[in-house]
Every structure is written in C-alpha cells, then in structure tokens.
Design a binder for this molecule. Structure first.
Ligand SMILES: [Cu+2]
Length: 226
C-alpha cells in the first residue's frame, strides 16, 4: 500500500508490476530529457539577440529534427506495446478465482477441484487501526492466492461497472455486468495487498476495498480444502 509522501509506485508483488514500474522510470527519463532540452532551447531563443536574414533552408538540420523525435517515440512505443501484450497474457493458470463486483462489496468464488467456495468481502467498519486494519482498506474476508504459481482472476459484475484494481500487483480490470474479463497474475512473495474499486459505481464506491492475501501454495491448499 502507499504511504504519506510517497512519490513513486508502490512496491510490487508481481513480475508485471515490476515491469510497469520499470517502464514508468524509462518513460520519465525520456520525458525529463526532452522537456529540459526544449526548455533550454526556449530560454536560449528568448535571450538571444542574434538574427539571420540569409539562411532560407537547412536540409540536414530539418532531417535531424524530424528523425530524432521519431526515434524517441520508437523508444517509448516498443516497450509500451510489449508490456501491453504481456499484461493480456494468461499463462497456464493453476488457480482460478472469480471476483464479482456488487453495489457495494466484492464477492469471490473458488471452484478448482473442490466444492465451490464463495464468500462476500465487505469493508471493515470501525475505521481506525485499532479495529485491526487500515482505515477504508481492510475487509472482513480477504481474497487469498498462492505465490509462485500462475493464477487467473476472472472479473465480473452483478450490477453496474466496477473495477478490480490492486496497484501493488500492477492490476486494474473493469468488472462489467454480463461479461467476464480475465487476467493472469504471478505473485512473487507472501503479503497482504490493498486496492479499491476504480470505477465510479455509485454512492458507496469508496467503501468497497479489495484485500488480497498472498500465501504459500501449501497454506492456500489447506485454506481451500479445510
Ligand atoms: Cu465499484
């Protein structure tokens, strides 16, 4: 989760989250480079008292200032498109969980090889850390997934459009009624992740947080079966 005064992304729990943070840093590098160069040139132009009445064309200069931004765009586009396709990839999932958005809570369903397990996940009332969790983020029943295993999350909705989003996993998927969106997740360590519904879905949109617990496959199996 994020903290006061935090400037960058949250620490990542998944490989794709790391990739997203890397791409952000990469894009910021190009952005700072370009804006400082353009800013420097503008200041130079404003301050300069030089003028030239005789230069009517400069083919090589024009070629350079056309090709250079093109190359910069390519430097941004190639990793961006690679990441876009990677995010859509679901590789042989061993665990599937269905996350369904409701007004205003989430419900989860597990149905892999066992009886269907389903439960609702409501925000904890109380509203301070003394009640055992972070204010407006803690839920009564967290979704549980194993780390070190390819998982698939199927996201749907029972009423209006919600969005299942977990910044520290690098995940944000719309929950659309009558449609199932899937995403692949590979968690890399144990921990608890917090997210919130990210589609304005009505009165209590702010009060349907998402809690995800990443546990070892063994613990997950026991949780699922017992
Ligand atoms: Cu919602």
């Amino acid at each position: 989760m994020s903290f006061w005064g935090q400037l960058g992304f949250q620490d990542s729990f998944s490989g794709l989250g790391f990739e997203l943070a890397f791409f952000h840093d990469h894009a910021m590098f190009v952005l700072v480079l370009v804006s400082s160069f353009v800013g420097y040139m503008m200041i130079c132009l404003l301050k300069s008292s030089l003028s030239s009445r005789f230069i009517v064309e400069a083919q090589s200069l024009e070629a350079a200032w056309t090709v250079a931004p093109g190359l910069l765009l390519l430097v941004l586009t190639v990793p961006s498109i690679r990441l876009l396709y990677l995010l859509d990839e679901v590789v042989g999932p061993m665990v599937s969980v269905k996350a369904i958005g409701h007004q205003w809570y989430w419900s989860y369903e597990f149905g892999d090889g066992t009886d269907l397990i389903s439960f609702d996940s409501y925000m904890m009332s109380g509203g301070d850390e003394s009640s055992g969790g972070y204010r407006l983020l803690e839920v009564d029943n967290r979704c549980v997934l194993p780390y070190g295993v390819n998982s698939r999350i199927l996201v749907g909705s029972a009423d209006v459009i919600h969005a299942w989003a977990l910044p520290s996993v690098g995940v944000k998927v719309d929950a659309v009624p009558g449609r199932i969106n899937q995403l692949g997740v590979y968690l890399m360590s144990s921990g608890v992740m917090y997210g919130q519904c990210s589609e304005i879905c009505g009165l209590n949109h702010s009060f349907m947080p998402i809690g995800l617990e990443s546990v070892s496959p063994k613990v997950f199996y026991h949780w699922l079966v017992c």
